[in-house]
Design a protein around this ligand. Sequence first.
Ligand SMILES: NC(=O)c1ccc[n+]([C@@H]2O[C@H](COP(=O)([O-])OP(=O)(O)OC[C@H]3O[C@@H](n4cnc5c(N)ncnc54)[C@H](OP(=O)(O)O)[C@@H]3O)[C@@H](O)[C@H]2O)c1
Length: 337
Amino acid sequence: MNRQITLASRPVGYPKESDFNLVEAPMPTPGDGEVLVRTIYLSVDPYMRGRINATKSYAANVEIDEVMIGSVIAEVITTKHPDFKVGDIVNAGIGWQEYGVAAGDGLRKIDPTIAPISASGGILGMPGLTAYFGLLEVGKLQERETVFVSGAAGAVGSVVGQIAKIKGCRVVGSAGTDEKVAYVVDELGFDAAFNYKEVDDYNDELQRLLPDGIDVYFDNVGGSITDAVFPNLRIKGRVAICGQISQYNLEKPEMGPRFLWFMITKRARIEGFLVSEYADQHAEALVEMAGWLREGKLKYRETIEEGGIENAPAAFISMLKGGNIGKQLVKIADLSS
Ligand SMILES: NC(=O)c1ccc[n+]([C@@H]2O[C@H](COP(=O)([O-])OP(=O)(O)OC[C@H]3O[C@@H](n4cnc5c(N)ncnc54)[C@H](OP(=O)(O)O)[C@@H]3O)[C@@H](O)[C@H]2O)c1
């Protein structure tokens, strides 16, 4: 039998484990052009929170009793596609389940010789690519500029800061614990960081750490940290809106200060983006990222919940509350030897 996590109810505020069900289902069988895969790691990501709401946003929502959406790192165990053989490692969008069928066309094959396969869910996967395109294409980062990134110790933010350092920039980050602050400064080479839960006035803190202002703000969190950035932008500053996680679990929308005046006086630019927009450039970017990883210019950590598919909801909730450093994954099974 296959085991799956389905949506039991739409969360109000932070999701609870009772919003999910663990169910058994018959083992799926692949048709022509498809492969059957066994999940090794399952990825839990902030975007999933928006997809279990009643209100539809940019993509289809998960319906009640449907399998939770998501991407897994998996091994091929049966193949009906000429490009795949048994034992190949792939990224597949089969959702939160132990086994799934995926169309071979468009399936991403993972080279396990570059890095441990888990990296394809983080630094060499969607979060790493988000950092790369958000900073370089949307933020239009130039050498020796100043960068501020919120959510700095997470899967995306930790890569943003490191790419900015590769480009010779000064980088400051914000994160939610002292351990995360120490991690990004001491291990990842950020110039400075602050624990946003311990700081009363974000404007003062930004002026202290970035006295000459911010050229590029990479926004992972939104809310009052982001509000404080606008007066601190430099002339022609850029704001790349990647995520707004501080808002995802609110029961009532927050009202913030009105900052558009600063967009005028700073002649600044603000742009939201989705990493999927750059899909035709992902493969090329991954080659560059893998090179930086090999040269030791990029480092990464992962937070791996070991407990199997039944622990996916707990890992998801923990990530939303800041329990992770680097990419949050759930280990579902060992690779076949
Ligand atoms: N645009 C795109 O294509 C795209 C793609 C991927 C991800 N994203 C977005 O990028 C952001 C980061 O994603 P990720 O995968 O790298 O997740 P992540 O940072 O690894 O994990 C989420 C982190 O958010 C932080 N957080 C939670 N509540 C917060 C709050 N109220 N205020 C500030 N920080 C809070 C927590 O860290 P702390 O301990 O620091 O609070 C938590 O560890 C998310 O907003 C996500 O939606 C966008």
